[in-house]
Design a protein around this ligand. Structure first.
Ligand code: ZN
Length: 332
């Protein structure tokens, strides 16, 4: 049990503040093991391991924070040697993650050296409904990797705090950390006041005062949270982390999510999806690959699965009744 990834949710009793802690162990090690086993790429450089682990932890926290029946996809589009980093979490907390690199990542590379050298890096959060209709676009929010004065942000947690404030108008505090064994994160969020969305202007002075008081509670808890060191988050179990930070606060804990209910690695790739992707290339393109290499090979970047289509397989793709080209089909 000790080594299972887990997600814990909690409330501060009587205060408009809630929180979550995630600790990815087996799920994260599985992702790294598959990357290391990929002979084309090899293992991630150290700073990329840290970035991708933080993204995986953050994506689980964000998926746990919304009521949404679909995949949450957290992506960083980099303008440095890390071109793309992706963490994807399903509503049942199964997750996968990968990064594409081009060129060398220095051993001590900062976030901006990896993905924001020219201040053109972007972070995107996509909510892709499971029951999406054909042609329906998933919801996507995009934020830059710089702050209010265009200063480059050096922590993924700051980028995501900006996003939560902009997109959901919610004060959020995030602490994220990852190494080769653990990817972990703490999220603290101020709950919106009842009806504050459209009634903010009509608050009486008493209500404003109480809103201010509640904000003080959030500030105190946020400051406590920020005192958590990456090393503590990575090495301590969740009960110890929560006790150290909030032993004076009235915590209401929920049953932890782990095992089949908790975060775990799973990849949604399949031969059928790869077949659809090849069909979307069109027959001439597929034939030219076959002429050059004898077969079409597609590897899944997330799990390392290798899909091979020989000329007979490929011909079947283009002669079967459903051989209509699928615009926009991707390898998922
Ligand atoms: Zn896969």
């Amino acid at each position: 049990m000790k080594n299972l990834s887990e997600l814990h949710k909690f409330l501060f009793d009587g205060l408009p503040v809630r929180g979550m802690v995630v600790r990815l162990t087996d799920a994260w090690q599985d992702i790294l093991k598959r990357r290391t086993a990929n002979t084309e790429t090899g293992a991630y450089p150290e700073p990329v391991t840290q970035l991708l682990g933080q993204m995986a932890a953050a994506a689980v926290l964000m998926q746990g924070n919304i009521k949404f029946n679909g995949a949450l996809v957290l992506q960083v589009f980099g303008d440095g040697p890390v071109k793309l980093a992706v963490a994807e979490v399903q509503p049942d907390f199964s997750l996968r993650a990968t990064a594409s690199l081009q060129g060398d990542v220095p051993l001590a590379a900062s976030l901006s050296q990896m993905v924001n050298q020219n201040n053109e890096g972007r972070c995107a959060i996509t909510l892709d409904p499971l029951d999406r209709m054909p042609g329906q676009q998933p919801y996507q929010g995009v934020v830059p990797l710089f702050g209010d004065r265009k200063e480059k942000l050096e922590k993924l947690s700051e980028v995501l705090e900006h996003y939560m404030l902009q997109s959901e108008q919610l004060d959020t505090t995030l602490v994220l950390a990852a190494n080769h064994e653990v990817a972990a994160g703490l999220l603290i969020q101020r709950l919106p006041l009842e009806g504050s969305g459209n009634l903010a202007g009509s608050y009486g002075s008493a209500e404003r005062e109480s809103a201010l008081g509640q904000s003080e509670d959030y500030q105190r808890i946020s400051i406590l949270s920020k005192s958590l060191q990456a090393e503590e988050l990575l090495s301590l179990d969740i009960d110890t982390v929560l006790h150290r930070l909030f032993w004076q606060e009235p915590l209401l804990r929920f049953e932890p999510l782990q095992g089949a209910q908790g975060p775990r690695f799973a990849c949604s790739c399949s031969r059928e999806r790869v077949g659809r992707m090849i069909r979307s290339l069109g027959a001439p393109e597929a034939e030219s690959i076959l002429a050059e290499r004898g077969q079409i090979e597609v590897g899944c970047e997330f799990c390392g699965a290798q899909y091979e289509f020989d000329p007979v397989d490929a011909a079947a793709l283009f002669t079967s009744p459903e051989a209509m080209p699928t615009p926009g089909a991707e390898l998922h």
